[in-house]
Design a protein around this ligand. Structure first.
Ligand SMILES: Cc1ncc(COP(=O)(O)O)c(C=O)c1O
Length: 496
């Protein structure tokens, strides 16, 4: 007998798996005798000890039985067959070797809504990722700019000093040090008006959005989403069963005249400090209009403040939350200031919602991991976060200037740029490029090493012209200039 070894791990485990496959496949039927260990060792080029160890494993797991003097036989009843609803040997073997088409699982209504709301192209982290030298992907910082030595020191310090109390379960709202540091930081930098008890530390803003949906939104509730919008919010609200009420945005942000025409609202989701993705900064009269309409319709406001530390033409505008702490649920994140895999975000809850939202967090995961929270708390307390943000504002401002200059120089009137005064991306419209040609344009850009990403997924109804979200925070200025140059060359060839 010859064994098809799979090359993974110790030889005896490979032999064991090959034999198990033959047993489950029916090639070695129940009750049949396995070859003598010496024979199998000779035929398969393995040592006898290896085969003996493989047989022992099969016996221990119940695939085979050893009888003194009678060698080893395949078990009469197989362990996996016992757990299979249809116990015929052929169905067991199909399951072990080739799962075949997976039947539709039975899901809850919410489970079905989650699948329905998930884009058919896949979620962003599932999309194939090629290394591109000139990658204008949104949402990436320049990893070389990160204060990783300081970060490493703080993680090391807190890891070494972790007391028993710190290694135990703790409050689902987060480590008290971080909640205190965040309440103070958000007050200073974003005009957020809250006590540490109102701060719930989450796994990114995405979890904050999830908690808000769980606690506030019932199926059929009407939830306002900006059009275009951050898709993470829309997907979560749709999976909660909300009726989405899209309100268009213009160059300043959400159109509050259109908002006022909508009644019976549960939640108004906005990105007032830097509309995502168009980049408008909501002026004060409109801010007040959003809050007034929320008060009139007894709706709450979800303020997603994802990147507003980065404002280039003026001081960052203060949060909506500071104007109406009882009505606004505020979320922010370390993803843009530091790096996304940290997965630390925060939700500032109105006092009356703190218990419900903390309980939702507790039910979800009993609280975020402590070590990174403590490191971030010290990072904030020592002033390192604000220093880093200040430095990054300058660096990203230089990148932004290089991008705007290159776009003006290379594309001139062939492009329109929106939302350049804040954040880490701009929206780039290419009016001469028809929507049908976007895929080809991207392919050709990729062949030249340029990654460029359409804004269409952020629209319920995408515009007729080509529009792209251009992230620039991860590239240096020469790459930004060269990337735009190549993009312009491809556009020249294709738009003609
Ligand atoms: C507008 C907006 N909101 C929220 C998020 C979620 O950020 P995170 O969950 O990483 O904190 C993102 C991420 O890119 C975003 O662009």
């Amino acid at each position: 007998m010859w064994l098809a070894l799979d090359g993974n791990g110790p030889l005896y485990r490979q032999a064991y798996r090959a034999l198990r496959r033959l047993i489950l496949d029916g090639a070695l039927p129940p009750g049949s005798r396995l070859p003598a260990t010496r024979d199998l060792a000779g035929e398969s080029g393995l040592s006898r000890n290896t085969v003996v160890a493989a047989y022992r494993q099969l016996v221990e797991e119940g695939y085979a039985e050893a009888r003194t003097g009678a060698g080893t036989s395949v078990a009469a009843a197989l362990p996996e067959a016992k757990t299979t609803p249809t116990s015929s040997p052929s169905s067991t073997s199909r399951r072990a070797i080739d799962p075949g088409p997976v039947p539709e699982p039975r899901l809850s209504r919410e489970g079905r809504r989650i699948l329905d709301a998930t884009p058919s192209r896949g979620l962003s982290w599932e999309l194939p990722r090629r290394h591109l030298e000139f990658d204008f992907r949104y949402g990436e910082p320049a990893y070389a700019d990160l204060p990783l030595e300081t970060w490493q020191r703080l993680i090391g310090r807190h890891g070494r000093r972790a007391s028993a109390r710190r290694l135990a379960y703790s409050h689902p709202g987060g480590a008290p040090e971080l909640r205190t540091a965040l309440a103070a930081y958000l007050g200073r930098s974003r005009g957020v008006d809250c006590s540490p008890e109102q701060v719930i530390v989450t796994y990114g803003s995405q979890q904050a959005i999830d908690l808000v949906a769980r606690v506030l939104v019932d199926p059929e509730d009407r939830v306002v989403i900006e059009e275009p919008h951050y898709s993470g919010t829309a997907i979560r609200m749709a999976s909660a069963g909300a009726r989405i009420v899209p309100i268009p945005v213009d160059r300043d942000g959400i159109d509050t005249d259109l908002l006022r025409a909508e009644t019976d609202l549960r939640l108004i989701c906005v990105t007032p400090s830097h509309q995502f993705p168009t980049g408008g900064i909501l002026p004060l009269p409109r801010r007040l209009a959003v809050l007034e309409h929320a008060a009139t319709t007894d709706a709450r406001v979800l303020e997603d403040d994802y990147d507003s530390e980065f404002r280039y033409d003026a001081r960052p505008i203060e949060s909506l939350q500071g104007l109406a702490p009882d009505r606004v649920l505020y979320t922010g994140s370390a993803s843009k200031m530091l790096f996304p895999s940290l997965r630390i975000g925060w939700l500032v809850a109105p006092v009356d919602l703190v218990t419900a939202l903390s309980s939702a967090k507790a039910i979800s995961d009993t609280g975020s991991a402590t070590l990174e929270q403590l490191a971030l708390a010290t990072f904030i307390e020592e002033g390192a976060l604000e220093r880093h943000v200040r430095r990054m504002r300058v660096r990203n401002g230089e990148r932004r200037a290089a991008l705007l200059d290159a776009l003006a120089h290379e594309l001139g009137d062939a492009c329109r740029v929106h939302g350049e005064n804040a954040g880490l991306h701009v929206l780039l419209d290419l009016p001469d490029l028809r929507r049908e040609r976007v895929a080809e344009f991207r392919r050709r850009c990729e062949q030249r090493g340029v990654g460029i990403y359409p804004a269409a997924p952020y629209y319920r109804k995408p515009p007729d012209h080509a529009s792209f979200v251009i992230g620039y925070a991860s590239l240096d200025e020469p790459r930004i200039r060269e990337g735009v140059h190549r993009l312009a060359e491809v556009l020249g060839q294709i738009a003609r």
